[in-house]
Design a protein around this ligand. Structure first.
Ligand SMILES: [Zn+2]
Length: 76
């Protein structure tokens, strides 16, 4: 039973984290967002651009959204 509990705990902690390791932008703007940002939710599927990391978004000339404040690589 302990192994089962560890497996469930693993799923609860790791799965949401990995799902969140993505940033969304729109072809109609130059901002990138957390997927759960209210502005990201408004992006139409046709215009959705997904980035695996803030670095990818910055390279594509996108800037962080001021509402959801996604991480910015250049601050390092
Ligand atoms: Zn946002």
């Amino acid at each position: 039973m302990k192994k089962l509990f560890a497996g469930v705990a693993f799923l609860l902690i790791i799965v949401p984290y990995s799902l969140g390791a993505e940033f969304w932008g729109s072809k109609n703007s130059n901002k990138y967002h957390y997927p759960d940002c209210k502005w990201a939710q408004k992006i139409k599927p046709d215009n959705l651009v997904k980035f695996k990391s803030p670095e990818d978004a910055i390279k594509a000339s996108y800037i962080p959204c001021k509402v959801c404040k996604p991480p910015m690589p250049s601050s390092k």
